[in-house]
Design a protein around this ligand. Sequence first.
Ligand SMILES: CC(C)(COP(=O)(O)OP(=O)(O)OC[C@H]1O[C@@H](n2cnc3c(N)ncnc32)[C@H](O)[C@@H]1OP(=O)(O)O)[C@@H](O)C(=O)NCCC(=O)NCCS
Length: 253
Amino acid sequence: MIIRNEEPSDIDTIAEVTKAAFKDYSYSQQTEHLTIHDLRVAGALTISLVSEIGGQVVGHIALSPVTISDGTTNWYGLGPVSVLPEYQGHRIGTALVNSGLALLKSSNSNGIVLLGLPTYFNRFGFWSYPQLIHEGTPQEVFVAKSLVERVPNGTVEFHQAFKQLSIIEKDAIADVIIDYAIAGIKVDLADPVIGSLIQKEILTEMPDGKVMMRPSVLAEYDSYFAQVSQFRATEMSRVHKNPILAAVTYGNG
Ligand SMILES: CC(C)(COP(=O)(O)OP(=O)(O)OC[C@H]1O[C@@H](n2cnc3c(N)ncnc32)[C@H](O)[C@@H]1OP(=O)(O)O)[C@@H](O)C(=O)NCCC(=O)NCCS
């Protein structure tokens, strides 16, 4: 097995390997390949290694900068890390993680954080620390490994590229945009997808059981949808204020 930096010709394969690795895991929203793409476009894919066997890319690891509220710098977020399902359990993940950590150490980085699979990452020295927090994440699945003495004391933010919407969330948002009315819209609040959008604060619950869309928050996840949503809201507001347009739009009977 060879571990090497990604080449431009690996980009599509990395996306395919990532999609395949996360495909059957319920904890995944199947958006990890989008995160890698956005990190790369933003110039924030600090480390992107592939593992290659017999000329085939079978695994990948990404590392990107994080920010910490106490001002600590030079910490990185590990992930996604992916191994093709048929190659899992052959120490490829171990080799990728160890190589990523070695590269960070050699470049005098201060530490690494990651979300998820603590039972896997404990073996590499990742542990949960009460003073290091990722908002909205249970403490036990947010783990860190310091490469220096000190563990920071604050709230960690991953790169913007980690904010992604799943396909079903995008479908739900499209429905909301289409049905948008000036006073908010009625949705099924028991629908977990709606619940997830409310939790992300893209939708806000109103007292009458309706929700309002928040284009400014949506923009953090999807700028195109945010623009469409903003346009729709502005248009609805214009129609609402103009009785002639309202009559044309809603009918006057
Ligand atoms: C997690 C993943 C990267 C591990 O890669 P891998 O090559 O299959 O793992 P390794 O062969 O290096 O495993 C080393 C050890 O970890 C254990 N392990 C593997 N996957 C594990 C998991 N999901 N949870 C806990 N332990 C795990 C193995 O059993 C092995 O244990 P052993 O030392 O007692 O034999 C790979 O399974 C994968 O791509 N999973 C789907 C994507 C994912 O969940 N990525 C991680 C979150 S970003």
